[in-house]
Design a protein around this ligand. Sequence first.
Ligand code: NAP
Length: 325
Amino acid sequence: MSSANGAKPAHGIASKLFDLTGKTVVLTGASYGLGEMMAKGLASAGADLVLAARSKDSLEAVTSECAALGVDATPVVADVSDEYDVKRIVDAAIERHGKIDVLVNNAGISDMRGLPAENFDMETFRRIVDVDLFGAFMLARDAGRHMLAAGSGSIINICSIMASGANELNVIAYTGAKGGLLNLTYQLGCEWADRGVRVNAISPGFIVTPMTAPALDALGVSEYIASRTPMRRVGNAEELLGPLLFLASDASSYVTGLNLLVDGGTNASNGYYQIRPGHHGWGEMLGAPTVGNTFEGLAPLPERLVPWTGGVPGIHYSMPSEAGE
Ligand code: NAP
């Protein structure tokens, strides 16, 4: 295929869009969970890495695995809620590479106690905000100074679907902190837009990590989440890599202030039902062709909702007899 002026498109241009060779990426929360997957994925795209977390042994193990992929990888044992530690992370990147091209604010904590808001303690609330919001801001601020001086950079804040909506898990501090981080993303994305620094968010839905899978499967939470997700399943860690590489690389050079939801459609819906709506059966009952709905619901339909055979008086249109009518 040729372009309008007859020139052939450069071979391999698409794969180069996501190439991070020669880029320095600072990634927090790299010792396990989603951060471990991100570290290896960024290394496989060619990025040199500065990896931060508190657990020394796990962090060093992930660093070694990344280095084995042929990139320069440096571990920095640090707590992102500590301003001095944040400075050490940024200084380590500048001393080793002289620049920071990409910052991924992934370190985060939540709270699985299920406490209702009216009983929530301020010690836990402050700790979650300290790590998820203040930590991410301090890193953005300190790394951002170097990026602004260089006139380029990409910051990616790992938020959550809980940053832009409520849920039933009773995690008021997490919801508040991630909501703050998303608004901070919008603010920085605009404030630094004309100085070459892009700031975006990735908001995962519910992702099973090796660490969370056993507990969540045991509690059945995965099944609840899947039932209210339009794709009717939870996500896999690897499904975050494409969005991450997109925002980290020049593929997104005109994208800033974006909240990239990776959530199986959750945020697009205004609430998906956990039992199958009764009128889904109308087409079958009336003999009309239907497009299959694979979701059978978490529970059998309550008796009073089952026989909607006659439709709803006054608003029931007749069913088409063939597809497309
Ligand atoms: P995870 O398995 O608990 O991993 C959290 C990571 O953050 C670990 O590497 C942990 O390492 C690090 N970390 C925690 N506190 C830290 C601190 N004070 N300083 C430095 N590092 C710290 O969690 P995850 O599921 O991978 O989640 C990663 C990010 O995605 C979080 O921001 C989370 O809110 C977000 N997210 C996750 C999901 C999901 O379903 N999994 C959904 C939406 C958003 P150390 O303990 O070694 O410090």
